[in-house]
Design a protein around this ligand. Structure first.
Ligand code: GDD
Ligand code: MN
Length: 378
């Protein structure tokens, strides 16, 4: 058996072969308290012949999922819990879980028992035989099934799969699968280039690796959820489109910027609508324009806070401070915009070139400064 990384001297002392770790199973969780104990029991039953650990990566679930894991971990050294605070995201949780592993092989699976843990030994065999670098649990090859998704989710899943295959040229049958196992040494070099938002960790890994991974697919039947409920929502869908955009432009377009611009566009609509209403109530134009500006700024801020920077969302007092910063940045952005446009117009009086250049400059400024100072990465 080939153990990746085995050539590196592990420790200056002999280690009992029977204590060497073979597999880390990374389980992202958000509000999965009801599934934790059953999940571990099933791993225990399925992985009798290998030395494994389970790494739960919990985003500070309000239902106390982390406590439930730690209560078990106290008695079972195979179980660990990473509790992340102030962050949300399935993909990011998986990335951190994998990075915390020292095992030669890592698996990622959902913690709600929808993924078939009895497939794990077979996946591990394929990797240990050196037949592949990545093994994917697929619902869309013979022997697999996604019937439990139901009609509408099933349609969305099929649709997203088709886009991935056509836009990104992925040949995988189930790039949306959240169930896979890979050599850790193949993951490590990719980690810095993966996106922590959204659900699509596997798709991201495969496209970022750019064809350098040998991939095998094994079928499994996607089960229905054990306890709790799904966290899939329209935001997850939007994040997926963002990932497609970044990947299909070779990382040129940052989806956050697209969201920021879209929010800016809605801001214009909000501004004009408010202006019209204010004028209808026969307010003086400067007053109406001021009100419209304030309303649009507020709506832009709230939308960016809930959507563009969802993973860094500000709450409570921080939100008020953030709003003040956002307005200040916007004011400077407006001055920059007008300054640049006026200068350009003076040099070459083509109104729309000067106007657009100023607007783009202002938008870039607002985006860059907001990312740095209002919604900074923690
Ligand atoms: N840490 C963390 N943070 N975990 C999360 C988050 C998050 O923000 N969101 C979801 N999870 C965890 C859930 O607790 C669960 O263990 C797993 O990720 C999958 O989330 P579900 O909410 O159960 O997703 P789903 O069943 O709707 O979607 C599944 O099927 C899709 C394909 O149809 C997932 O496997 C997806 O990855 C897959 O694409
Ligand atoms: Mn699920």
């Amino acid at each position: 058996m080939a153990v990746p990384g085995a050539t590196i001297a592990a420790a200056p002392f002999e280690v009992e072969k029977s204590t060497q770790l073979e597999l880390s199973v990374v389980l992202p969780t958000f509000k999965e308290r009801a599934n934790v104990a059953e999940m571990i029991a099933r791993l225990d039953a399925a992985l009798k012949d290998c030395r494994w650990e389970a790494i739960f990566v919990d985003d500070n679930s309000p239902d106390g999922t982390a406590d439930a894991v730690k209560a078990i971990a106290r008695h079972d050294g195979r179980v660990r819990c990473i509790r992340r605070v102030g962050r949300r995201g399935l993909a990011g949780a998986c990335i951190e879980g994998i990075l915390s592993s020292s095992a030669p092989f890592v698996a990622v699976m959902d913690a709600d028992l929808q993924h078939d843990e009895t497939l794990l030994p077979g996946m591990l065999d394929v990797l240990q035989e050196g037949e592949a670098d990545l093994v994917v649990g697929s619902r869309y090859i013979g022997g697999g099934s996604a019937a439990s998704l139901g009609d509408s989710r099933g349609f969305i899943s099929q649709f997203a799969t088709t886009i991935a295959r056509t836009v990104l040229g992925i040949s995988l049958s189930d790039p949306m699968s959240g169930f896979f196992m890979m050599r850790r040494d193949r993951f490590d070099p990719l980690a810095g280039r993966l996106q922590p938002v959204g659900f699509k960790i596997l798709l991201d890994i495969v496209t970022t690796a750019g064809g350098s991974l040998r991939i095998r697919e094994l079928p499994f039947v996607f089960r229905t959820r054990h306890g709790g409920e799904s966290k899939f929502d329209s935001q997850v869908g939007l994040e997926y489109l963002g990932l497609l955009l970044t990947k299909s432009t070779g990382g040129l377009v940052d989806p956050r910027f697209i969201f920021f611009m879209l929010v800016g566009t809605t801001g214009l609509a909000v501004h004009l609508a408010t202006l019209k209403i204010a004028l209808y109530f026969v307010l003086a134009f400067p007053v109406a324009q001021t009100i419209a500006t304030l309303v649009a700024m507020t709506s832009n801020f709230l939308l960016n806070n809930g959507l563009t920077y969802r993973d860094r969302r500000l709450r409570g007092l921080a939100m008020f401070k953030g709003f003040a910063g956002f307005c200040a940045i916007g004011a400077v952005g407006a001055v920059t915009n007008v300054g640049l446009a006026s200068w350009l117009y003076h040099e070459r009086p083509i109104w729309w070139v000067a106007g657009a250049a100023g607007a783009v400059m202002g938008a870039l400024w607002n985006y860059a400064m907001s990312s740095l100072f209002v919604w900074r990465a923690r």
